[in-house]
Design a protein around this ligand. Structure first.
Ligand code: HSE
Length: 381
């Protein structure tokens, strides 16, 4: 199967290299921007790929919505199988692209869009065929895990570790999506679509690590906790809940042992119980390996990851709750349902009573509107 590649960045270069050694696969043309064509295997128009009858499949590793959406649509219409690592694209247009793939009798697989090298969506899709999946979640962003691990284990500075994560090829071109939790949110959206046939588009909550300070790290370490950026999703009546937030986990939690750029993706199924997968969640070859796995799945006849009946829903995060650790200026602490308050000069560190995810994220938004600097993290019970 001859495979063209759209994009020649960190992951595109990894895919291209791996294609030269993979069984049953052959490297085809690579689409680059005009001006970046410095070799014969590179082309500069999508038509050079869609119009090439020798190309059987297209890998999209451009990132972003456009031109990725138009080019993936063009490839599907030209009856080329598509494998993409683009979570923003699938979260925004997954159901329509899957319908287009079905119409044209070709595959659309995207396991590299969630979990990097961890074979999460692949196994989740398989599990859904024979078992009932009850929940999905885990650590789904390699950049922030790398940063949190470095800040906690060696006291590294936020700005320095973000630069390191970029240099190592873990972060997105614009790392805002990583550190804000949006990247992990898109991934849990995809996991909900695969597991529950519901793609949540509104009513979602995400909080990242942008406001984390070294003093917070010292404080929750003194309480025996480790901070991880955790995503959770699950069914609620005829919709789902889905959210991402920094989470304080005890030393006994599997998440605590997840280091560097690793991800931990988990699902709970009615018969199988809790399944936990750990591996590198970001980086050139881990992500490229997930793309190549999808291509091998196409060779074996797999066509779809997005369920046919998948519908867009508004998420409901009013049913899940827990206590939170909140650091904020002392003057604002009374607005929180406090269980414990520690004061340190003008700063208060609060452990809240158990409140819902919606309540906490809405409260933080209100406090920030009033000018308060706030960091918060859920506390795993
Ligand atoms: N920026 C992403 C991460 C890449 O750090 O997890 C893999 O999706």
């Amino acid at each position: 199967m001859k495979v063209a590649v759209l994009g020649f960045g960190t992951v595109g270069q990894g895919v291209y290299e791996m294609l030269h050694h993979a069984k049953g696969l052959e490297a085809g043309p690579v689409l680059v921007r005009p001006g970046k064509k410095d070799a014969d295997f590179k082309v500069t128009t999508i038509e050079a790929i869609t119009g090439d009858p020798s190309v059987d499949a297209v890998v999209e590793v451009l990132g972003g919505i456009e031109p990725a959406c138009s080019w993936v649509s063009a490839a599907l219409k030209a009856k080329k199988h598509v494998v993409t690592a683009n979570k923003a694209l699938v979260a925004a247009h997954g159901p329509e692209l899957a319908a287009l793939a079905r119409e044209n009798g070709v595959a659309l697989l995207f396991s590299a869009a969630c979990g990097g090298g961890v074979p999460f969506l692949h196994n989740l899709a398989l599990a859904c065929q024979s078992d009932e999946v009850l929940s999905v979640g885990g650590i789904l962003n390699g950049t922030t895990n790398y940063m949190l691990d470095a800040m906690q284990s060696r006291g590294a500075d936020y700005a320095d570790v973000l630069k390191d994560a970029q240099a190592l090829g873990y972060a997105e071109a614009d790392p805002t999506a990583d550190v804000s939790g949006l990247d992990a949110l898109r991934k849990i959206m995809l996991a909900c679509a695969v597991a529950f046939e519901k793609l949540p588009c509104e009513g979602l909550y995400h909080e990242g690590i942008v406001d984390l300070a070294a003093e917070d790290v010292r404080d929750f370490q003194s309480m025996g906790y480790t901070c991880r950026l955790v995503a959770k999703g699950g069914p609620v009546d005829d919709t789902v809940f889905a959210f991402v937030e920094p989470t304080l986990v005890p030393a006994s939690a599997a998440e605590c042992a997840v280091k560097d750029n690793y991800n931990l993706a988990r699902y709970e199924a009615k018969c199988a119980g809790d399944i936990v997968l750990i591996g590198q969640g970001a980086g050139r070859f881990p992500t490229a390996s997930a793309v190549l796995r999808d291509l091998s799945d196409v060779l074996s006849g797999q066509r779809m990851m997005m369920p046919q009946g998948c519908v867009r829903v508004t998420a409901d995060c009013t049913g899940c709750g827990h206590p939170y650790y909140v650091r904020l200026p002392k003057a604002f602490a009374a607005q929180l349902p406090c269980d414990e308050v520690k004061e340190d000069g003008d700063i208060a560190r609060v452990i809240t009573k158990s409140i819902t995810v919606k309540e906490m994220h809405d409260l933080a938004a209100q406090l920030r509107q009033q000018g308060a600097q706030v960091f918060f993290a859920g506390i795993e019970e």
